[in-house]
Structures are given as structure tokens and as C-alpha cells.
Design a protein around this ligand. Structure first.
Ligand SMILES: *Cc1c(COP(=O)(O)O)cnc(C)c1O
Length: 232
């Protein structure tokens, strides 16, 4: 084995270990809450990570990945995906309406639908491409200024708009306010999803995914706990 292969092998082992640590924590928390671990999908948030950092995860068998920018995803994923047609790509960042068509073509799920103009653009793109991908409404759960996500009071109107434009909404997503305890926000998102009869809850990141699992998360979005700290 040459040195290069050895390095690749070590990277794969290390990645496998980190991945199983996160999976173990999910399983432990699910058990605590009496939940089935199969109802929870781990999304590896690969924004800012290079193909070289992402590949070992794919080689370890991981398939769900999250990106927050259309442009960055378009640069990385077509190549990364060539050898694996079962990769599921999640859009988790704010989406401009003029990128809706590109997003519908590239992603398998969009977590960040939050306004009527975007719903309209997504509906048009989905109809044109005959590709109706699952979406989540992002809720500004802490009612923060300058934050993506719709107001809690606007959820029903957006669900109605999505219905009208044939955009499939299967759940809610949130990012709790920085520096606050996340649990009450997760509990609220879970309650809102139940009230609306929506099955999916996308909540929990590296620092709080364990709590999110106990409070009903079905998708958790984990970056730095898998890849290490992000630069910048
Ligand atoms: C970056 C990001 C994450 C992952 O954050 P970590 O703290 O690195 O786990 C999750 N969700 C969204 C929307 C993000 O932008």
C-alpha cells in the first residue's frame, strides 16, 4: 500500500468512528424518548467542506448531505454524485427565488421555504421540470429580526399557498436563537407540526441534536460534530 492509500484509509477509519459516535448518541437519545431510531435521519451538513472531506463519509456509507448555497452545491455535488446515485441532497440555507429552478433540479429536499414569492417560484419550477420534491417550511421560531423563516402566524397561509402552487410541504424546520436554550423552541416546533398534521421536523445541530431527538426531530442537521470546526 502506498502512503497516499494509507492516508485515505486512515481518513476513512476516523470518519467511520465519528459517524458511529453521532449515530450512537442519536440511538441513546431516541431510546430515552421511546422513539424508533429509524424515524430520525442524520443529515451531514457539508457546506464549506471540500470534496476530499466529504468523500470519506460517502465511503462510510453515509447518504444524506446538506448544503446552504446553491452555487457551492452545484460546484461540488455533480462530481461527488457520479459514483453514487442514491445520495440525498438537502437544501438547508436561504433560497432566492431566482435560484428556485436550479435548486429543484439539484436537491432532493428543501428545508428553507419561508415566503409566498419563493413558493410561487418553486411551484413553477416543479411543474416545468415535473419534479415535485419534498419541502419543509422554515419557521422563525424565536421571532428574531433579520432571520430566515416565516412568522408562526403565517404558517397556515404559506401551507395554503403551497397547496395552490402544488409544492409538497411535509414538515417544519427551525434554527433556535443563538445563545438561548434550544429545547423550548424544539418543543414548540414539534407542537406546531402536530397541529398542522405535518410529519417531519428538521431541528437540531451539532450542539443540540441530542435534545432535538428527544423532542421529536425527524431530520437533524449536523456539521461540525462530523467534520470538525468550520473556518470562518
Ligand atoms: C451550518 C448549519 C447547520 C450545521 O451546523 P453545525 O453547528 O456545524 O452542526 C445546520 N443547519 C443549518 C441551517 C446550517 O446552516
Amino acid at each position: 500500500m502506498n502512503d497516499e492509500n494509507k492516508d485515505t484509509d486512515m481518513a476513512a477509519t476516523e470518519t467511520g468512528n465519528v459517524l458511529s459516535t453521532v449515530h450512537d448518541h442519536i440511538a441513546k437519545q431516541a431510546k430515552l424518548a421511546g422513539r424508533n431510531v429509524d424515524d430520525i435521519t442524520l443529515i451531514a451538513v457539508s457546506k464549506t467542506r471540500s470534496a476530499d472531506q466529504i468523500s470519506p463519509l460517502i465511503d462510510s456509507g453515509h447518504r444524506h448531505f446538506g448544503e446552504n448555497r446553491v452555487q457551492e452545491a452545484a460546484e461540488k455535488w455533480p462530481t461527488l454524485r457520479t459514483s453514487h446515485d442514491d445520495i440525498v441532497l438537502h437544501m438547508i440555507g436561504q433560497l432566492q427565488s431566482n435560484k428556485a429552478a436550479e435548486a429543484v433540479a439539484m436537491f432532493d429536499m428543501i428545508h428553507s421555504v419561508d415566503r409566498p414569492s419563493l413558493i410561487k417560484a418553486l411551484g413553477k419550477a416543479m411543474a416545468e421540470q415535473e419534479r415535485y420534491i419534498d419541502c419543509l417550511l422554515q419557521v422563525n421560531i424565536g421571532d428574531e429580526e433579520q432571520k430566515g423563516g416565516c412568522a408562526i402566524d403565517d404558517i397556515q397561509a404559506l401551507l395554503d399557498a403551497a397547496d395552490a402552487h402544488k409544492v409538497p410541504i411535509i414538515g417544519l424546520m427551525c434554527i433556535p436563537p443563538a445563545g438561548q436554550e434550544a429545547a423550548p423552541h424544539f418543543a414548540l416546533l414539534d407542537k406546531l407540526a402536530s397541529e398542522k398534521g405535518l410529519a417531519e421536523r428538521s431541528m437540531g445541530m451539532s450542539s443540540d441534536y441530542g435534545v432535538a431527538v428527544t423532542l421529536g426531530a425527524t431530520y437533524i442537521r449536523v456539521g461540525s460534530a462530523l467534520f470538525g470546526p468550520r473556518e470562518g
